[in-house]
Ligand binder design. Sequence first.
Ligand SMILES: [Zn+2]
Length: 571
Amino acid sequence: MKLRTSLFSSLLFCSALLASLFPAAAHAQAYVGRPKLIVLVVIDQFRGDYLNRDRAEFKGRGFRLFMDQGAWFTDCYYDYANTKTAPGHATIGTGAYSDGHGIESNEFWDASRSWEKKVTAVEDERYQLVDLPPTSIPSNQPGAPPTALNYVIGSSPRNLRATTFGDELRLATQGRSRVYGVSLKDRAAILPAGQSANGAFWVDNVSGHFTTSTYYMEHLPEWARAFNASDRPAQAERESMVEGTTQFFDLVGRMPAANSYELDFAKALIDGEKLGQSGVTDLVVVSLSANDIQGHQFGPDSDSEEKMILSLDRDLDSFNSWLDKTVGLDNVWLALTADHGIPPIPADAARLGIHAATLDMDVLYQKLNADLNTRYSKDKKGKPIQFLLPGPDLPYIILDRRAFEKVHIDEKAAEDAVAELLPAAIAAQTPKIDEQIPAQHRLPPSPQFAGAYTRLELAHGQLPTSELGRVLAHSYADHGNWYVFLALGAYQMEDFHGSIGTTHFSPWSYDRHVPLAFHGAPFLAGEYHSRVAPVDLAATLASLAGVNQPSAAVGRVLTEAIKPIKQPNAQ
Ligand SMILES: [Zn+2]
């Protein structure tokens, strides 16, 4: 008995000691909140050379804060080949590529969800958009059929298979860290923030009002409703000279005014949610869409691109100065990057003698389909079978599995056939005679086939043992359809017949080159020319914040840009 009492009292003593050492909710409180706030700025379509090109023009604490006082990496390249917006944003958040995070394009055919239409990387019919203005709800439109939806389909990170840096902050703090994403585009607000984000906000294309999805909340917070109800959306329209427009995304979205509009919403978010004040690290990701919307139209070398960049420099100067006044830059880490680069408009590159050419995808699809019918269709007089799914969107050519299965062709044979037919189908296209070629005696450049890789080859790593093979392996994701990945020659792309000027999608350096820069207490200021990758961003932030790497992260911690940790003097 005595023994038991003494054991009991020692246990009591031990637990009292433990309690004094580790008070209740010890896990959540043990996290040392540093810094108060991390702001990650992503510029949609911003090639890595832009900062150097316009360096002399920058003023104040916009880009110069990163370039002069921060750690600026001049040679940051995505190590994958599907350089599109949704995978880029997912990569920035997760520190992984498509083979890790599961997002390979902005939209895809998902055999488990629909054979009628492609789905976007984030659309999710199980949720609805929140607090749209009545005029933006389809069933309210004049002449809408009675069947018109009385809501608009929502979005979520349902396809994101890896956690983000923000998710790991939330896990480490048992939800006390708060994480938000802001953009004009849903995919760019949702994917870099992660699965557990407290909110992601993007604009209603018609009105420009910020909205979100019921995945996050039933209604917008009061501060967001106040922002929408203020003069701010109308001010952005006035600044873009399109007052009263019903095409806010297209017409305001491509103007410099859209960047300050988004940054003002980010300020309202930081204020409204009191971010950076809770003793743990909060995270805001702002993806600025305007440069992409205008860049596709006018290309990287236009006057409007120059204006956009210099205007963004001023907007970032004022945003960073505001952060300094409110949270204090000593308490904030800033990071800057982009989701992909861009090539010049093909005619502009061809004028300099580059082998830039365009490929007519409609003609290519007709030729491929005719060749496949010759090979596989038994009924030569009947209606041709459609072996390819519509919506050509390079680098992917999507096969209609059902059509091949009907003629008893399996995936390997079908994908191998398309890959085999592609070189001749591309060579069959006559080059567009273009007055842009540099000399009368020189022949116009033709579209060039650079490689075709089947889904099965990507899935099983049956790829060339080269740099290109490694980059292709990172591009693999699967949504239940058969496909072939097509690489064209550098500076070549689909012919958009004048609807847009240029686009990004390729494994070539101009699509993969983006800026990477940090500013804040732990970073060693300098201009770094070592080759790094956007996956290193999440890896570096996770390491410095002292949390786990995101679940599929492959990035390197950029130790060369981290200040040496001061050890207490050894006795
Ligand atoms: Zn983009």
